[in-house]
Design a protein around this ligand. Structure first.
Ligand code: HEM
Ligand code: HEM
Length: 326
């Protein structure tokens, strides 16, 4: 009796809510066989719809005026004269640090979002009367952010110091029709010729530009607004930029990053994986396996950091910069 007592009210609420919203739970009645059948029908429908889209796009691209369009706008926009060729080693390092940090930033951000009772708290060493106390996860998130911002600033400075910016910043309006052209070619499964060593296709340029120059600054500007760095005693400033706005934008920006990463990494692997990995991880335009193995090593480093990033390891590091307590 002792054990059944606390269970009963829960069971009753579940029944009551099921009775009050019968329409939301119809699928609970499906048998395993029906689930399997429904899944097969669903998958076939998706494949069917995708096939129709691909065939329609191919038919459309075959029309005379579209052939002219493709000839004028092949999907990549010529670079300004004197643009550098190839990816230097510094860019590969920056890209690696960025991937390393953003994986942990996304994880710690999601932990901040979902944690109910943080395992530990951190209070800045310079705090007066315990002000600025945050969860250990948020401390980790913000510490990674500082490193990520430093890496990002160095990246952008080097982009402009070396001319590499020309490869990731649109320099002519032709980029728009060229991006449409590249998009249609992707949809037709007859993909634009890849030559990332010399010039990215226009859809790639727009995606890289949006990531570096729009999404990253947005994450920073909204994140700093929510952080302890932001001045509390500035009523006029805080009224003109309410913290609720920052909160409302910060999370969707993370969703953008996740979507970008999924599509980006998928395309890296589907459009000549070994060559692409050599570009970014071995700073060379070759066909061999060197870039692939450096990439694998980088994944091992990231996995090790992922595993190490637990409270028992983070707490002593956080304690160097402040007070850690439960
Ligand atoms: C394991 C994950 C990743 C892999 C394997 C990867 C791989 C690559 C490769 C191979 C290129 C060069 C493409 C080419 O030569 O055609 C590239 C470029 C780029 N990637 Fe990634 N990437 C990864 C994650 C990320 C993440 C997380 C971001 C940003 C949030 C990112 C942003 C970029 C940008 C901005 C460029 C263009 C850089 C430039 O040329 O200045 N990548 N990536
Ligand atoms: C300079 C960069 C950044 C700073 C200063 C920053 C700061 C913060 C702060 C202070 C919070 C806590 C918000 C709260 O109190 O509810 C937070 C939450 C979060 N951050 Fe960041 N962040 C930065 C970059 C990023 C990036 C690049 C991502 C992902 C790509 C990210 C993902 C998240 C997520 C998912 C949350 C939880 C949001 C929620 O609860 O709705 N952050 N960040």
């Amino acid at each position: 009796m002792l054990t059944s007592e606390p269970v009963q009210p829960v069971a009753r609420t579940a029944e009551a809510s099921a009775a009050s919203q019968p329409a939301t739970r119809w699928y609970a009645a499906l048998t395993r066989g029906q689930w399997a059948a429904a899944s097969v029908v669903g998958i076939l429908a998706i494949i069917g719809a995708a096939t129709i889209v691909v065939q329609l796009t191919r038919w459309f691209l075959g029309l005379g005026f579209m052939q002219d369009f493709l000839a004028t706008y092949p999907g990549e926009t010529p670079l300004p004269e004197g643009a550098p060729v190839g990816l230097p080693a510094w860019l590969g390092w920056q890209h690696f640090f960025n991937v390393f940090l953003i994986v942990l930033i996304i994880r710690s951000g999601l932990q901040v979002r979902t944690e109910r009772r943080p395992a530990a708290y951190w209070t800045p060493r310079w705090s007066k009367g315990g002000q600025g106390k945050i969860s250990l996860n948020l401390w980790f998130h913000q510490s990674l952010d500082i490193l990520w911002l430093v890496n990002g600033v160095i990246f952008v400075v080097l982009l402009f110091a070396t001319g590499q910016w020309m490869r990731v910043v649109p320099t002519s309006w032709e980029i728009i029709p060229n991006a449409v052209s590249a998009g249609l070619q992707y949809l037709s499964l007859d993909w634009p010729l890849e030559n990332g060593w010399v010039n990215y296709n226009s859809l790639q340029v727009l995606a890289y530009f949006a990531t570096i120059f729009i999404a990253a600054p947005l994450a920073a500007v909204t994140g700093v607004r929510m952080s302890g760095l932001w001045p509390k005693n500035a009523p006029a400033l805080n009224r003109s930029y309410p913290v609720e706005w920052a909160r409302a934008v910060h999370f969707p920006v993370m969703l953008y990053f996740v979507a970008f990463i999924v599509v980006h990494v998928t395309l890296v692997f589907l459009t000549g994986a070994l060559r692409n990995l050599n570009h970014m991880y071995a700073a060379q335009d070759a066909e061999g396996w060197l870039g692939f193995w450096i990439f694998v090593a980088s994944l091992v480093v990231i996995a090790a950091a992922w595993i190490a990033a637990r409270p028992s390891v983070l707490a002593p590091i956080a304690a160097v910069f402040g007070k850690v307590g439960r």
